[in-house]
Design a protein around this ligand. Structure first.
Ligand SMILES: Cc1ncc(COP(=O)(O)O)c(C=O)c1O
Length: 436
């Protein structure tokens, strides 16, 4: 249709999009989930190892609190319900030995939204490693920020090393920068030791980098021993957390940022933008979140049991992948594995697979196993990498079953074969398909 004709038709609009948004599509995670659902609707058996959603239910006590607060209908303060801000500050003091108070906390509808606000209000570059969680870089692009990717190597379990940050910053040491550190990591499941965190903190301090520590999987450290880098760089670290992963409540949409006093100006600027955009986070959810962050014995038990299952599962699948010649950093928390199929390059090439997107699409078509291509985490297109989210099992049943075991008993392979059989079948299919 010619342009003048289309203008004459009242139902047609010329596409006029913000330049920063043009050409972008739905987040890759959501796309793969939709494709998986399509195959399911066609009657195919699908193994959903793409979307990173907690398999576990929200703890009953938190659900009860939500029910009891369903009547809460008033807009809450833009920075969040004071009681919740206090509970979050106390949680970080208790868990991470970091003294901050209620005034230092900002509540938002998911930590993702808070990250967007932070990138929006801060004027400077964003530093992230490859591989990194899928949304950091697109958010920076929407806002028009410069992204500096730092390449990581497998030998160092795909993690940041202080020397690389130093190399990046020394040419222009005064440049304002945010570095996003995420551990346990999505997509690799790896974390940092105390010594490594201290070294990273040192270099961040040297260049006065704002450090956004994305600790959303912190409570899912397999040993329950997550340490926040804020301990070693308190004045420059914002801790990001929320209910989505450790509390199984991704769809509730509640995220938290915890600021040092020295970065209060960022909190205030974010609150100002929030007041003109989302106004405040859902009231009933905030009331319910108070008890989740206060924590008590039933929450501790829930976390203990969640970790037991995820640790055994992560290590079991890791072993299967390594046996199949798929290189994967050993997981230490969360529910992800980052696989490199490079040892199978020649074999995959013969089947027409030469990049990570082709790899994940062909795998899904051939076997019904959905994974995310490494390229969406910032890895080079031609690298044969993919992320597995090992969450496709009934977390409610698995939690109920693990509670019947003695608390210190290792969750063994036979437990996994009984309660995560579908997921393990998917992993076996992936391994067989690779070796074909
Ligand atoms: C590493 C990481 N950070 C942040 C988020 C965002 O979590 P939410 O917005 O649900 O708090 C996710 C969700 O997948 C994530 O994997």
């Amino acid at each position: 249709m010619s342009k003048s004709k289309s203008k004459n038709n009242k139902n047609n609009f010329d596409i006029s999009l913000n330049l920063n948004v043009r050409g972008t599509t739905l987040s890759a995670t959501l796309l793969i989930n939709e494709l998986s659902n399509k195959l399911i609707n066609e009657g195919r058996k699908v193994y959903k190892l793409g979307l990173g959603q907690s398999p576990f239910p929200v703890p009953q006590m938190v659900v009860d609190e939500l029910k009891a607060n369903a009547h809460q209908k008033d807009y809450l303060p833009v920075k969040g319900l004071y009681e919740l801000r206090k509970a979050v500050a106390d949680y970080h003091s208790r868990r991470h030995d970091i003294t901050r108070n209620a005034e230092d906390v900002l509540i938002g509808p998911g930590s993702k939204e808070l990250m967007f606000l932070l990138q929006f209000v801060y004027y400077g570059d964003i530093i992230i490693p490859t591989p990194s969680w899928v949304s950091y870089a697109p958010q920076a692009k929407f806002i028009g920020r410069n992204v500096s990717w730092i390449n990581t190597c497998e030998k160092n379990k795909c993690r940041l090393v202080p020397q690389d940050i130093d190399n990046l910053c020394k040419a222009d040491p005064e440049r304002p920068r945010i570095i996003i550190l995420n551990y346990p990591s999505n997509p690799t499941g790896t974390t940092y030791s105390v010594g490594e965190l201290k070294e990273l903190a040192k270099v961040a301090k040297k260049y006065r980098i704002v450090l956004l520590s994305d600790e959303i999987y912190g409570e899912l450290n397999f040993e329950g021993k997550h340490v926040s880098i804020a301990k070693f760089y308190p004045e420059g670290t914002i801790i990001s957390s929320g209910l989505s992963k450790w509390c199984g409540a991704g769809g509730w949409r509640l995220g938290t940022f915890n600021f040092p006093k020295s970065l209060n100006w960022l909190l205030e600027a974010m609150a100002s933008v929030a007041s003109e955009t989302f106004t405040s986070t859902s009231a009933p959810i905030q009331y319910a979140a108070v008890c989740a962050f206060r924590g008590e014995i039933s929450i501790e038990r829930y976390l203990w049991n969640s970790r037991r299952i995820l640790k055994s599962l992560g290590l079991y699948i890791h072993k299967q992948l390594e046996r199949a010649g798929i290189d994967t950093p050993k997981p230490e928390g969360g529910f992800y594995l980052f696989c490199n199929f490079k040892k199978h390059t020649a074999r995959l090439k013969k089947r027409g697979i030469t990049n990570s997107l082709e790899l994940s699409q062909k795998l899904l078509e051939d076997t019904g196993v959905a994974v995310l291509p490494g390229s969406v985490f910032g890895r080079p297109q031609e690298e044969l990498t993919a992320r597995i989210a090992y969450v496709d099992f009934d977390g409610t049943k698995a939690l109920a079953a693990v509670e019947m075991l003695p608390p210190h008993k290792f969750v063994d392979d036979s437990f996994l074969r009984t309660h995560c059989s579908h997921l393990l079948e998917g992993v076996a299919k992936l391994c067989d398909w690779t070796k074909k």
